[in-house]
Design a binder for this molecule. Structure first.
Ligand code: MSP
Length: 512
């Protein structure tokens, strides 16, 4: 039976152009989605853009555009970024699409029908930059009289009629849910934070605004538009065809994992499950928060002019190199810093030396000494058996890591094998065997071929293009690239195309 697997990125605000942080979330989800597909699972991978709210309205006005026109423009840039980063999403939800408005309204109606929404008036602080209501106790008063949210964003006093969601009634149910589903929030830091926050007590949540128009109208009350987070979170249901429970994609709900940046965990782990509970809908199985990237030690910001464009980086270093670096540099969940130096070091040490040389040395020896014909497996020594066993274990080891979103640790499993294979090739020295023992040389090269095949197959989710080329060089057919096909030994006799280096060294480092 195919396992169904649903994964989502946050949907991106269209108030600014995509940068490396957005690419990071998208690539991480892409790696996990590709991993599951190659594992034979039935995957739905959803992303999109978050286009309503005051912040977007203000950005549009600043550019002299109508909000829809502005959203169309920036949403297209996000779509383009995904293409440039080889992000293989199955759907792209825009919150200005009709299907989404329908889903968000249906969710609202269900929650209201079940008695969890009432009309009142909101008076308090609001941060437009965070699109969040800020509690009195969280607002910081500065010496110059200005006030900011915990994120540092300015807040303003808002007073307007508003619909409220009875979030306060969900405190116990949420705590019980966290307790019964200890893996719901990952990693540990955010999990503790959220549980502590909910234990302190929850206030009802204002879920509509009347002071601006750029949003989805509240059902039966056109004076109100939905609070942008109610609207945005509903995108995950839009993707599965909600409210049509017979929709073609309905079986993809509940999601297996919502991947989010750490700053929006609260919305996903408190509001979202509460909305779903209020609508009697199944809850996602997991929300996983990843960390933030800084650049050369500084926070990325327009004012510092250090916002990294993912396209420029992939043009300079190569797309798969960039994807590899982002996934490798930091345990998924932690914060990290982008520096050119560490990017170049990883390219030269791990890609060019460790992996590139292993493949290049093996394949050119097969080309030169065996006329490029893959030999059959020979008699295996205990060293051969040991390295082959390590390769056989790789898919299961990586699956375990990917299951817990340890995207970087899963890569480390591959690198353990690569390092072992380099030790093996140095020790066996097939180049010297040519003169002394041709049969043994052929056996050793065959063992290395099998190990490299496992490595290339398992690295496809991270570096799809380069690994496709490596598998071409190994004469692995298109229908032999799923993980399961590693169980079948490739018969000898295949003609391997002329090998070509896939991981050039990055030169600047040598100058430095
Ligand atoms: N629109 C909301 C999400 C709604 S989901 C129902 C939003 N959008 S956002 O565009 O501001 O950010 C989306 C995501 O981009 C963040 O959650 C995070 O995953 C990613 N990142 C944005 N900047 C980042 C870094 N500097 N580093 C890493 N990821 C960051 O929030």
């Amino acid at each position: 039976m195919m396992r169904r697997f649903t994964i989502t990125t946050p949907i991106f605000y269209v108030n600014g152009a995509p940068h490396i942080g957005h690419a990071y979330t998208s690539i991480a989800c892409d790696v996990v989605a590709r991993f599951h597909r190659l594992n034979g699972d039935d995957v739905l991978f959803v992303t999109g853009t978050d286009e309503h709210g005051q912040k977007v309205e203000q950005s549009a006005i600043a550019q002299g555009l109508a909000p829809q026109e502005f959203a169309d423009k920036v949403s297209a840039q996000f779509r383009q970024m995904q293409k440039e980063m080889a992000v293989s999403s199955d759907d792209f939800v825009r919150t200005t699409e009709e299907r989404h408005k329908k889903a968000a309204r249906a969710l609202w109606e269900k929650v209201a029908e079940n008695g969890h929404i009432y009309l009142g008036a909101y008076e308090g602080w609001y941060s437009t930059r965070d699109e969040a209501f800020i509690g009195e106790d969280e607002v910081k008063l500065h010496a110059d009289g200005t006030r900011t949210a915990p994120s540092g964003a300015p807040v303003e006093w808002v007073r307007e009629p508003s619909y409220f969601f009875k979030l306060s009634e969900f405190q116990d149910r949420l705590l019980k849910f966290y307790e019964e589903n200890p893996d719901f929030i990952g990693p540990m830091g955010p999990k503790r934070e959220i549980e502590a926050f909910v234990r302190q007590g929850l206030r009802d949540l204002s879920v509509s605004r009347t002071s601006f128009k750029w949003g989805i109208e509240v059902p039966n009350d056109p004076d109100h538009v939905m609070y942008v987070w109610f609207d945005a979170l509903a995108n995950y249901l839009t993707a599965v065809g909600y409210p049509d429970l017979d929709a073609e994609k309905a079986h993809y709900w509940p999601a297996d994992v919502h991947v989010v940046g750490k700053e929006i965990v609260r919305f996903h782990c408190i509001y979202w499950p509460a909305f779903l509970m209020a609508a009697n809908l199944p809850l996602p199985k997991k929300v996983f928060a990843h960390g933030w990237w800084t650049v050369e030690g500084e926070k990325m910001s327009k004012s510092l002019g250090n916002v990294l464009d993912p396209k420029a980086l992939s043009d300079e270093f190569g797309l798969d190199q960039l994807r590899f670096f982002l996934m490798r540099e930091v345990p998924f969940g932690g914060d990290s810093n982008f520096s050119r130096r560490s990017m170049m070091t990883r390219m030269n040490v791990e890609l060019a030396n460790d992996l590139g040389n292993l493949a290049q040395r093996t394949l050119s020896l097969i080309a030169k000494n065996l006329d490029g014909i893959l030999p059959d497996r020979g008699e295996l020594t205990s060293e051969d058996q040991a390295i082959l066993r390590q390769a056989d274990l790789l898919p299961d080891l990586m699956s375990g890591q990917i299951e817990r979103l340890a995207i970087s640790d899963a890569l480390e499993e591959v690198w353990k094998l690569i390092r072992a294979a380099n030790a093996y090739i140095d020790h066996q020295a097939p180049w010297a065997l040519k003169k002394t023992d041709q049969k043994r040389m052929s056996d050793v090269l065959r063992v290395l071929y099998d190990v490299i095949r496992s490595i290339a197959t398992m690295l496809q989710p991270y570096m799809p293009d380069t690994m496709s080329k490596m598998l071409d060089q190994l004469a692995i057919l298109e229908n032999e690239r799923e993980f399961a096909s590693l169980k079948v030994i490739i018969p000898g006799g295949r003609h391997l195309p002329k090998p070509q280096g896939l991981f050039p060294r990055f030169i600047e480092e040598e100058k430095a």
